[in-house]
Design a protein around this ligand. Structure first.
Ligand code: ZN
Length: 621
């Protein structure tokens, strides 16, 4: 259940760098599998002769995580992969880019407008590494990756100091060389006395083996190998096409000249700050290799990526969570979610079916709900401990109970209320005062102990995400279930919401409080609102979404109430001190609070009868 499936590009046009990178990760990542279709096995064997002990598969069975290393992928393929597991895209482009659960770019991605603006200034070369590191773009751009770091490139260990000489040249257009730049270079070698005057090595792509003309005596043809980057430092100049190679060569301290395999590759090379030329200009540029100014440009270039900090890609991939799915955590559907925004630790998508915004989080959690959570965490957020705040929260509970009472149908005897995530019990205490028979659930043993021993209210310690724990509750046993700022903490609600429906009596009430993505902060800057929220808020609700999400599970949104009004969060002058009061009034009038409370009615099944009377018929909304 925990294996990682690695899917490299095997299309010759994409070059062999993606395959070699996944091969390296496969060697370093125990339990990983390498996806190579049967029709690609022959080409694979040519490119990776030493694959003893490899776990090769040609089916996507049940991976826990999928890593895809391709410059381009169709949406439909991505949709099918996402049904199996979360997908991490590495230097992924194409229509599927925005769909990836997590995106790592090791090469600058050119599609994004910010990248374009940055790289479109040709006079900026030589760029420094510090500048390169700024490239990933703003949070608002949806083409930006979660993480951009050229340090993840397989940077060579052997490096050298760049100097002004060019005596030995390495020519390598990769293992596939779809544009036959090797052939183009050999033709130029024949025509250029300058090139024949230096010496060097030409890497033969596997499919051209035995097929190339002889070369002058100071040149040699070498077979393609996957450990080539360690040999770059033996040369003064690497001639290559755009891809991983120019980055690796510059890291090794070697002057690098990029020959454009296509117009697109030329654009990528120039935007990444490399000196690149068209294949037709090889002979002409070879003559310039004696020009001191050109040599200086090349060697300045060679030092620009030297300060990158190498990071092991396999090590990073191994730390990623493997239990986090890509289905909507509220309705469980997979209609093709829309990307909202990404940052280094989170990706947010909006469900196309119930419109819930949910977080896909592949980095490990850092929050634990222990005593410290309620005391230190709470104090840091609100300036006082949860227990110090008990009376204040209990007051809020009284107001919430009024809201619930207005919607509650007549019950036989004392209404039973279950508060999930009851913490130290202020709401339970208010509910008991209000005539309910309350009961609590919390995952903190300390909190549950306090509720039982100090308040004398029944409570169980457990996690409702755990099926066994859920099964400890009888069907149709509560009139009210409440979750105050709790629902957003679950990674997966697809079993929890049906369970709440089950333990509620028909026409019973389910009440929540949770952040509101359509409040003033979410409307002003949704990515800012989402990234500003705690890392353990996995679903983000709004009244309109709550109506759809509730309907999905047999609940009807009966009433909602905007809370958390902050006049100072309004834009412009409305947020300034003299207008704050007015803005807060406006927020209340227009329901623009950053949180909301909602009451759902558990709709009956067909055989379940009509509701009782409401105590008063003042059903306002
Ligand atoms: Zn959904």
């Amino acid at each position: 259940m925990s294996h990682i499936l690695l899917i490299p590009s095997m299309r010759p046009m994409d070059g062999s760098g993606h395959l070699q990178r996944m091969v390296r990760v496969h060697r370093q990542l125990p339990g990983s599998q390498l996806y190579i279709r049967s029709e690609d096995r022959e080409a694979f064997a040519r490119l990776v002769p030493d694959s003893d002990g490899f776990q090769l598969v040609s089916d996507v069975l049940n991976p826990a995580l999928i890593i895809i290393d391709m410059p381009w992928l169709e949406r439909e393929t991505m949709r099918q992969l996402l049904r199996r597991a979360p997908v991490v895209g590495i230097d992924l482009g194409g229509g599927a880019r925005a769909m990836a659960s997590y995106l790592v770019d090791t090469l600058p991605y050119p599609g994004d407008a910010l990248h374009r603006r940055y790289f479109a200034e040709p006079e900026r070369t030589p760029s420094t590494v510090a500048e390169i590191m700024k490239i990933p773009g703003g949070r608002r751009t949806w083409e930006a990756p979660n993480l951009f770091d050229p340090g993840f490139l397989p940077l060579p260990k052997r490096t050298r100091e760049p100097d002004g000489r060019i005596e030995r040249v390495l020519v390598s257009f990769g293992g596939s060389d779809p544009a036959d730049l090797t052939g183009t270079f050999l033709a130029a070698l024949e025509r250029s006395p300058r090139l024949r005057g230096v010496g060097g090595s030409i890497i033969v792509p596997p499919r051209r083996e035995g097929d190339l003309p002889p070369v002058p005596g100071n040149w040699q043809l070498l077979p393609y190998t996957d450990d080539l980057p360690e040999r770059y430092a033996e040369y003064d100049l690497v001639v290559c096409s755009y891809g991983l190679t120019p980055w690796e060569a510059q890291y090794a301290g070697v002057k690098t000249l990029v020959v454009d395999a296509s117009f697109y590759h030329g654009e990528l090379a120039r935007r990444s700050g490399f000196i690149s030329i068209g294949p037709d200009s090889l002979v002409q540029v070879a003559d310039e290799l004696t020009d001191p100014a050109f040599l200086l440009r090349l060697s300045n270039q060679a030092s620009r990526v030297r300060t990158l900090e190498p990071k092991p890609l396999a090590g990073f991939l191994q730390t990623l969570e493997r239990h986090c799915g890509h289905r909507c955590p509220v309705c469980g559907e997979f209609p093709g979610h829309t990307l909202v925004c990404r940052n280094e630790s989170r990706s947010y998508f909006r469900c196309g079916s119930c419109s819930t915004i949910f977080q896909v989080r592949l980095l490990p959690d850092t929050i634990e709900y222990d005593r410290a959570y309620f005391f230190e965490e709470y104090r840091s957020q609100y300036g006082r401990t949860y227990l110090e705040d008990f009376e204040h929260i209990k007051d809020m509970g009284r107001r919430r109970l009024e809201m619930i009472n207005r919607q509650l149908f007549d019950t036989e005897g004392q209404p039973r209320l279950l508060d999930i995530g009851c913490a130290y019990g202020p709401f339970l205490d208010a509910a008991r005062d209000g005539g309910f028979l309350p009961e609590g659930i919390d995952i903190s043993a300390d909190a549950v102990g306090h509720v039982r021993n100090s308040l004398g209210i029944s409570a169980r310690c457990g996690d409702i995400a755990d099926e066994d724990f859920r099964n400890g509750y009888d069907a149709s046993s509560f009139d009210v279930v409440t979750m105050w700022y709790v629902i957003e903490h679950f990674r997966d609600l697809t079993a929890i919401l049906p369970w709440i429906r089950r333990i509620l009596k028909p026409w019973g009430l389910f009440a929540i409080a949770t952040p509101n993505s359509s409040g003033i902060s979410g409307r002003r800057n949704l990515p800012g609102f989402l990234f500003g929220g705690p890392e353990d808020h996995f679903t983000v609700w709004s009244p309109r979404q709550a109506e759809k999400a509730g309907a999905f599970h047999g609940f009807q949104l009966q009433h909602w109430n905007s809370t958390g009004h902050h006049g100072e969060r309004f834009p412009g002058i409305l947020g300034k001190a003299p207008f704050k009061g007015l803005s807060t009034l406006l927020s209340r009038a227009a329901s623009l609070g950053d949180t909301f409370e909602a009451v759902f009615i558990r709709l009956p099944d067909e055989q379940e009868g009509p509701p009782g009377e409401r105590p008063d018929d003042a059903n306002e909304n």
